[in-house]
Design a protein around this ligand. Structure first.
Ligand code: CAO
Length: 419
């Protein structure tokens, strides 16, 4: 065995290339051509293979390092050329029974592997993901990447392929829709790229729409007292009006309903035929941004006051609009609220955000004259639309959920929620 240094190979014009994966560990036994690290430039990514077999002594790089030709990747307690040759020869001997010639051992040396740099397309994905996409007949260049800098992951490939094909009766068919006549035949047109956020959410929405049996229940909630209470909120010390939108109250009421109906705070584990019940209350809310729709989560809403929820809503939606939100904040939700109340409209059919199993749509509240004790009085009505996954939530439970939510936002509960 001899100590061998493996260095960054010649990468042509590429300088300061980032290491995005270290694929081996110290002490690991590796074979010749095993991948050591993945390098990524803005044009392509490439795995650097080992030129030797042996045990890794020390790794000198980490993810995020920028490297150039000749930089030290790792040192390897490698088999010498003699040993490798001997092995090859002894293998041949087994087969061919030929004579072995003695070979002189080589000195330890620095190795710069010759790496083929793949520059196919400008899309960033590891060679493993590229191979996976190829095997499924997909072109990685066409796949929207959800990772940092638009990098395509294996999950992105799966979502893309799902969105491209339909499976019915065991038959896989590609979804292709061709217009009878090109649009330009009817007048002037303009072609624009679909914004990145929309490209990312597209396959996710298609998956939800096609895989989840949605039922949408519409209801009207009397929020007169809640609205009176909301507009009467003043800061005790400054005397200033506290600005909180109805959404903060709705989020708090939703948590109460989730506690009473745990099936709504769940996910389906199809692989194991199980239902996952979540013990936390992380409410997602749809945010309309210039880049497209985003659905971040507000964590532990059950432990927050109305005022705190209000400021978390403002802060999180600002982070989304400035594209400063952490990717992880789009995951790990209980249930989502999609509020169009600040814009207008009444009922709609929101699409569930999997792996969640329900979503609450909220429209703009309006005044209605209602007969109470033979007199017509004006009441404030909030239109709600609850979509749920019919595989685990029954219609009766959906209706009960809406009724309970209405109570939570009604005259008896609004005050309790605010505390
Ligand atoms: N009824 C009547 N008025 C409402 C209301 C409702 N249901 N909800 C909000 N309002 C009012 C607010 O009180 C506020 O009034 P003032 O300006 O007088 O204070 C105004 O409408 C604007 O509110 P807002 O929209 O800025 O704030 P919000 O907390 O209600 O919503 C957010 C925040 C991020 C959800 C919202 O800005 C947004 O992006 N909504 C769009 C969500 C979306 O696109 N959903 C569709 C997804 S597809 O399923």
């Amino acid at each position: 065995m001899a100590s061998t240094k493996i260095l960054v190979p010649d990468m042509g014009d590429f300088k300061d290339v980032e290491i995005i994966e270290v694929l081996v560990k110290e002490g690991q036994q590796i074979k010749k051509n095993d991948s050591l690290i993945t390098l990524e430039s803005d044009k392509s990514s490439v795995e650097v293979p080992s030129t030797h077999e042996g045990v890794i002594e020390k790794i000198n790089v980490k993810v995020g390092d920028k490297v150039n030709k000749g930089d030290l990747i790792l040192s390897l307690n490698a088999k010498s050329a003699t040993e490798e040759k001997k092995e090859v020869v002894s293998e041949q001997k087994k087969v061919e029974q030929t004579e072995i010639k003695e070979l002189k051992p080589q000195k330890p040396k620095e190795i710069i592997p010759e790496v083929p740099i793949s520059q196919s397309g400008s899309k960033s994905a590891s060679p493993k993901v590229r191979k996976f996409a190829r095997e499924l007949g997909a072109n990685v260049v066409e796949i929207p990447g959800s990772q940092r800098g638009g990098r395509v992951s294996e999950e992105d490939v799966k979502n893309f392929v799902r969105s491209q094909v339909t499976v019915s009766g065991g038959k896989v068919e590609k979804k292709v829709h061709k217009e009878e006549y090109p649009h330009e035949e009817f007048g002037e047109i303009e072609l624009k790229d679909i914004p990145r956020v929309k490209r990312l959410s597209g396959p996710h929405l298609v998956r939800s729409w096609t895989e989840i049996p949605h039922v949408t229940q519409h209801d009207e909630v009397d929020i007169t007292e809640m609205e009176q209470f909301r507009s009467s909120l003043y800061d005790y010390y400054t005397g200033e009006k506290i600005k909180v939108t109805p959404l903060a109250f709705i989020a708090k009421a939703l948590v109460s309903a989730l506690k009473k109906f745990p099936n709504f705070n769940a996910s389906i584990d199809s692989a194991n035929d199980k239902i996952i019940y979540k013990k936390y209350f992380h409410v997602g809310f749809a945010v309309d941004t210039p880049h497209g729709l985003m659905v971040p989560k507000i964590r532990d809403v059950d432990q927050m006051s109305i005022k705190e929820i209000g400021s978390a809503l403002r802060k999180t939606s600002r982070l989304c609009r400035d594209l400063k939100i952490d990717k992880k904040e789009f995951f790990g939700g209980s249930m989502t609220i999609s509020s169009l109340g600040g814009i207008g409209g009444t009922f709609f059919t929101p699409i569930i955000n999997p792996p969640e199993v329900a979503i609450l749509g909220v429209g703009k509240s309006f005044d209605r004259l209602v007969k109470v004790n033979d007199k017509f009085v004006s009441r404030k009505i909030l239109p709600i639309s609850l979509s749920y996954d019919h595989r685990i939530i029954d219609g009766a439970e959906g209706a009960r959920f809406c009724v309970y939510l209405g109570k939570c936002l009604g005259k008896d509960f609004a005050f309790k929620l605010a505390v």
